[in-house]
Design a protein around this ligand. Structure first.
Ligand code: GLV
Length: 317
């Protein structure tokens, strides 16, 4: 029987499944393990079911025991794992694509709505009973007729495009390559970021975090946006330079922001907490029962497939 370390608490049905298949080392108190604790706990294990809160950097990977053959990440993003270091140690890394597309796109749309329609200010005022209806009270930006720029038209970007189109938004996107027309669904392709940003009344960041995308939304690129644009990020905090975005909000270059992901989660830049036109959520992208169950099942299946066949369709390194 394989011995697998599961670094975070999973939903009960997933932990039951894992415990039937393996000698599963569960984290019943959902403690956030330090890197040294991860290394310690992985002794004698064949694989680790990691989560996005585990920083599997080169130093940590190099300290893992020889017996570890797979890091099965419970997320579609894998920016928390040094893929090159894992490859050098001959450790496979897998992720959980597809199953979280719909839930994450829903949050992507919520960020757009929340930022455009001033939800943070509205919630605050409603909770304090500190409001009075008037013709110009909390006037926001209407989605219908606005141009939505999607940075990264993968599965989640395409789903956001589909929903946003039904809300009357006009869709533009930038991706490494132009999509086939059935995936594009009438959206306009831009082969560079500048050209996308210039037409984005609302920007939706949906691309993975990588060396190429770290701080891609920065002081220089934010200037490409039309004045009063809205910036949303459902992907990874590393893609946005926080100080540059806060400065653009202060100058009203950016009208509002909608964010679900941050650098150094859960310690987001305090500037976001103070800004009334920032709509923030605590990394809820995939947080539905259906999706989290499906993600953990897939992370488990990835380990099974890997040990049965020597590879896995969701291997990313
Ligand atoms: C969630 O953020 C994920 O990458 O799965």
């Amino acid at each position: 029987m394989k011995k697998i370390l599961i670094t975070r608490k999973l939903l009960r049905s997933n932990e039951e499944k894992a415990s039937k298949l393996w000698e599963a080392k569960l984290n019943l108190n959902d403690e956030l393990y330090s890197q040294s604790k991860l290394v310690e706990l992985s002794q004698g294990c064949d694989g680790i079911l990691t989560s996005l809160t585990d920083k599997m950097d080169e130093a940590t990977i190099n300290k893992l025991p020889e017996s570890i053959k797979i890091l099965s990440n419970f997320a579609v993003g894998f920016g928390n794992i040094d893929l090159v270091a894992a490859k050098k140690r001959n450790i496979a890394v897998t992720n959980t694509p597809d199953v979280l597309t719909d839930a994450t796109a829903e949050i992507g749309i919520l960020l757009i709505l929340g930022a455009c329609r001033r939800a943070s200010e509205g919630i605050q005022a409603a909770k304090e009973s500190n409001w009075k209806w008037s013709a110009d009270y909390l006037i926001g930006k209407q989605l219908t007729g606005s141009r939505l720029g999607i940075l990264g038209m993968g599965r989640i970007g395409q789903k956001i495009a589909k929903i946003a189109k039904s809300l009357g938004m006009i869709i533009h996107y930038h991706n490494r390559s132009k999509l086939s027309s059935d995936k594009e669904q009438g959206a306009t392709y831009h082969d560079n970021l500048k050209s996308l940003m210039e037409v984005s009344d609302v920007l939706s960041v949906c691309c993975p975090a990588s060396k190429e995308t770290i701080n891609l939304i920065n002081k220089e690129t934010l200037e490409y946006l039309p004045k009063g644009a809205v910036v949303t990020n459902v992907a990874r905090g590393d893609i946005v330079d926080d100080e540059a975005l806060l400065d653009a909000l202060d100058r009203r270059k950016v009208y509002a922001a909608g964010l679900d992901v941050y650098k150094n989660e859960p310690n987001l830049n305090p500037g976001y907490l103070k800004h009334k036109s920032v709509f923030i959520l605590p990394h809820l992208g995939s947080a539905t029962k259906e999706t989290r169950t499906a993600m953990a099942n897939l992370a488990i299946d990835n380990i099974e497939e890997f040990f049965k066949t020597g590879s896995c369709k969701n291997k990313v390194n």
